[in-house]
Ligand binder design. Structure first.
Ligand code: NAD
Length: 476
């Protein structure tokens, strides 16, 4: 299978290619991916710039039809697309199918949003003058996406970009060209004029800066790691380019003495280990008050140890492999550091399975303190740390004691504490009696502090980033 670039309506492969390896079985090559260079990128940006004016003038009905087509096809093919996703990224098949379905729902949602683009009409402070505030497309937008949600994250950037009349150049992560290619293939048949959507596959270190530095690209939406995001922000600052960043997390899950123990364990298990912990919203810090601490740790350790880790496509597997060798080595190194810093580690060993893949047992690190690296830095794997605290106030302070601010959770039966936590958790998303990961697609997604920068993604709020506001004054 070949995963190609889509530039101005043409599929291009080029000479340079990179194998797409299945992390559950390295002998399984999913396909060969094109490796675009700066010339390809230049052509993609030129195609988007050429196509942008006509698409910006398209009617809401045209945009609805395109997005609805894409959403309908993704939903109809969610099993097949989910299988491709699980094969190249390593989340379990049910998770892969769920993510593919989510991508379809996102396109459907933004099909509707294309019909609902609105503005404001206000009276002026001057007699006889009327004011209208309208939204225009930004122009060409550059979308840079990570590997951990290879179809949903491109979808939640592409769909609003197109719905609000922008042209797109998508640069997905190197590890997951298959899903991006499959999505592009559907978009190419949707009735969208050639050049409005372009896909370039290749190294982020070359294509990313190229996209950011090009003056024809008016805005960058990036999801990925903090160091990459910071570099992009500095470059966008120099070019005065509109920017939206979604980055890492070190999300706390507070468990209070009055919590429903089963529910707290279930929410923590899901938040910490599902999708192999490779979620920016993963619950990586479990902050537990002392009255429930030992029961919680015992129950969670049992449930964690019972998780079936294996080939992502195998029936009954609950946790797939880590995405690649580099990420696996990083996870194991963090576990080692935690042990050296005084943490008690359960699980966390590399695992052998029938196929050669990047398997590891999920890990729980107990008796941790706030200053340990494992509590301050994002691991991005199936590793959760437990911190013991005395009171709710201590728990809230520990939850907020981080450079990140994406998602924050609490398990409690106390309305008082739940309400207080929702108001005072320093995070963009707050969950009560729910895992920190797992969100709806029709409401804003994003964080505070070092996790996010710029306007929110998803739901109605996506309009902020993908449009420019214009204020009109008319003397009648
Ligand atoms: P990454 O930063 O390594 O790569 C992200 C994207 O940036 C890739 O497409 C990559 O090719 C590209 N890139 C690399 N170097 C670049 C450069 N110099 N300029 C521009 N682009 C460049 O991140 P990753 O490893 O793919 O993803 C994991 C990270 O993503 C984690 O930190 C995770 O928390 C974060 N993430 C955040 C969210 C969120 O919404 N907050 C969602 C998912 C993942």
């Amino acid at each position: 299978m070949e995963f190609r670039n889509l530039i101005g309506g043409e599929w291009t492969m080029g000479d340079d290619t990179r194998p797409n390896v299945n992390p559950s079985d390295v002998s399984d090559i999913v396909g060969q991916a094109a490796q675009a260079g700066l010339t390809d990128l230049d052509q993609a940006i030129a195609a988007a710039s050429g196509a942008a004016p006509a698409w910006s003038a398209s009617t809401p009905q045209q945009r609805f039809d395109v997005l609805d087509f894409i959403g309908t096809e993704i939903l109809a093919r969610k099993d097949e697309l989910g299988r491709l996703l699980s094969r190249e990224e390593g989340k379990t098949l049910p998770e892969g199918i769920g993510e593919a379905a989510r991508a379809g729902q996102i396109f459907k949602f933004f099909a509707g949003e294309a019909l609902r683009i609105s503005g404001d009409v206000l009276a002026s402070v001057r007699p006889g003058v009327g004011i209208d505030v309208t939204r225009s497309p930004v122009g060409v937008v550059g979308l840079i996406t990570p590997w951990n949600f290879p179809i949903a994250i491109p979808a939640w950037k592409i769909a609003p970009a197109l719905a609000f009349g922008n042209a797109v150049v998508l640069k997905p992560a190197e590890l997951v060209p298959g899903c991006a290619h499959a999505l592009a293939e559907i978009i190419a048949r949707s009735g969208l004029p050639a050049g409005v959507f372009n896909l370039v596959l290749g190294p982020g270190s070359i294509l990313g800066p190229g996209l950011v530095a090009d003056d024809r690209v008016k805005a960058i939406s990036f999801t990925g790691s903090v160091p990459t995001g910071r570099g992009i922000a500095a470059d966008c600052g120099r070019h005065l380019k509109k920017l939206q960043l979604e980055m890492g997390g070190k999300n706390p899950m507070v468990v209070l003495d009055d919590a429903d123990l089963d529910l707290a364990v279930e929410a923590s298990l899901n938040g910490a280990f599902f999708s192999t912990g490779q979620r920016c919203t993963a619950s990586s810090r479990l902050i537990v008050t002392e009255g429930i601490h030992d029961r919680f740790v015992a129950a969670l350790s049992d449930r964690m140890a019972a998780l079936n880790v294996g080939h992502a496509l195998e029936t009954g597997v609950q946790m797939g492999p880590v995405v690649d060798e580099r990420q696996l080595a990083q996870n194991l190194e963090y576990i080692d550091i935690a042990r050296k810093e005084g943490g008690m580690v359960t699980g966390g060993a590399r695992l052998e399975r029938k196929t050669q893949g990047f398997f590891m047992a999920p890990a729980l690190v107990t008796e941790t303190t706030a200053d340990m690296r494992i509590n301050r830095e994002e691991v991005f794997g199936p590793v959760a740390n437990v911190m013991r605290v005395k009171t709710y106030e201590d728990a809230l302070a520990a939850a907020n004691d981080t450079a990140f601010g994406l998602s924050s959770g609490i398990c409690t039966t106390s309305l008082k504490h739940a309400t207080h936590f929702k108001a005072h958790a320093e995070a963009g998303m707050v969950m009560v009696n729910l895992p920190t990961a797992g969100v709806d697609y029709h409401v804003p997604f994003g964080g505070t502090k070092g996790s996010s920068f710029g306007a929110r993604e998803q739901g109605r709020y996506a309009a902020e980033f993908y449009t420019t506001v214009k204020t009109g004054y008319t003397l009648a």
